[in-house]
Design a protein around this ligand. Structure first.
Ligand SMILES: NC(=O)C1=CN([C@@H]2O[C@H](COP(=O)(O)OP(=O)(O)OC[C@H]3O[C@@H](n4cnc5c(N)ncnc54)[C@H](OP(=O)(O)O)[C@@H]3O)[C@@H](O)[C@H]2O)C=CC1
Ligand SMILES: Nc1nc2c(ncn2[C@@H]2O[C@H](COP(=O)(O)O)[C@@H](O)[C@H]2O)c(=O)[nH]1
Length: 325
């Protein structure tokens, strides 16, 4: 199988049709809503919390709340609805999650988006949860993952998922490939490309984004939305703990399957890292927008759609020409 990853690809420019990059529209329709950018901060405890979710929703960005503070999910949804903001939450597949879905239905607290978030999403456990959610919350836009193969995308779509999330093991704080030998680490973009050959519904590329150019590459290879942890970690608004050491300000970023999230050393497939403080998330989103507008201009178009059709070359490990920016 021919594989490649983000650092091995360069997209080929087409003639620009705009006078200024500011003419390029980075917005995207995803499910029932339109968002300013095709990116979503990872549904992880050190990446998203209620305060950031409110900011993102009220500024027309997509968010997915994590599922690790189970009891706070209903109060969170009530607050978002009171603020007239859309709701987007995560669930797992354990028995209590079945009750939770039924409770939402009973309370008529219907999330606009609901994401089934487990490590190995190509599983009967996920198919059963898709069936359960579609029965009790049929109008919610249902995202299911994570998966790595076309077979998995097809099965979850056939079970009723409205979108699938692709990426097993490419994450910055992931140790799945080291601990299990499995995953898409090092070939995440090729895995996405394979999945796109069969997907009939939108796909979220999840994990392994290291530069803003990787967003355009994900779109070229089939993603409608891109989930990002590392690039959103370390901001003022990031919920991870802030640590000061030797005059440096650092923030923590840990995996959802790490002992820091789980509170125990069982089935650990994630680690914790410290990241230099990055400033305000609004500034990062502005830079991402400008860079994606530039990508659209290089693609020879005026909107995201233009990027889906560009030519590309595979040049192994080429993008930094041996340098790091
Ligand atoms: N995208 C990725 O590459 C990865 C992401 N993660 C993240 O970590 C968090 C915890 O994930 P997860 O452990 O799935 O959540 P849970 O702890 O909720 O476990 C999910 C359920 O699936 C069962 N299961 C069976 N086989 C597997 C398998 N190979 N991997 C995981 N579960 C399995 C588990 O049973 P039992 O516990 O008894 O085995 C459990 O009932 C999630 O947020 C997930 O997204 C974790 C690893 C990889
Ligand atoms: N293998 C693991 N993967 C994890 C864990 N926690 C989260 N994740 C995945 O990583 C992405 C974010 O990737 P990044 O490269 O942008 O940082 C996230 O959305 C999850 O899919 C974990 O503990 N182990």
């Amino acid at each position: 199988m021919k594989v490649f990853d983000y650092e091995d690809i360069q997209l080929i420019p087409s003639k620009s049709i705009v006078k200024s990059r500011s003419e390029c529209d980075t917005s995207v329709q995803f499910g029932p809503r339109r968002f300013n950018l095709p990116v979503v901060p990872a549904n992880m405890a050190t990446i998203i919390d209620e305060k950031l979710a409110i900011w993102l929703a009220s500024h027309d960005y997509f968010y997915i709340m994590h599922r690790f503070d189970e009891a706070s999910r209903i109060p969170f949804m009530i607050k978002m609805k009171e603020l007239n903001l859309y709701t987007s939450i995560s669930v797992g597949v354990k028995p209590q999650e079945y009750d939770f879905v039924e409770e939402l239905s009973r309370l008529n607290l219907v999330p606009d988006y609901i994401t089934i978030d487990i490590a190995h999403g190509h599983s009967q456990l996920v198919i059963d949860m898709i069936t359960h959610i579609k029965k009790h919350l049929p109008t919610s836009f249902l995202i299911a993952g994570n998966v790595a193969t076309p077979e998995a995308v097809r099965e979850l779509e056939n079970a009723g998922a409205d979108a699938t999330k692709v990426g097993v093991g490419p994450g910055k704080v992931c140790i799945t490939k080291i601990k299990t030998g499995f995953g898409t680490g090092g070939w995440q973009l090729a895995a996405l490309s394979r999945c796109s050959k069969v997907a009939r519904k939108p796909m979220i590329a999840d994990g392994g984004i290291r530069t803003h150019g990787d967003i355009a590459k994900s779109i070229r290879f089939g993603a409608s939305m891109i989930m990002i942890g590392f690039l959103f970690a370390g901001h003022e608004e990031s919920p991870g703990q802030t640590i000061e050491a030797d005059g440096q300000v650092l923030k923590e970023y840990f995996g959802s399957a790490s002992e820091y999230q789980k509170g125990e050393k069982t089935n650990v497939e994630g680690k914790r890292i410290l990241i230099s403080y990055k400033g305000k998330i609004e500034d990062t989103l502005k830079e991402m927008t400008e860079d994606l507008q530039s990508s659209i201009s290089y693609a020879g178009g005026k909107d995201i759609e233009a990027i889906t059709k560009v030519d590309y070359v595979i040049v192994k490990n080429s993008i930094f020409n041996g340098d790091w920016i």
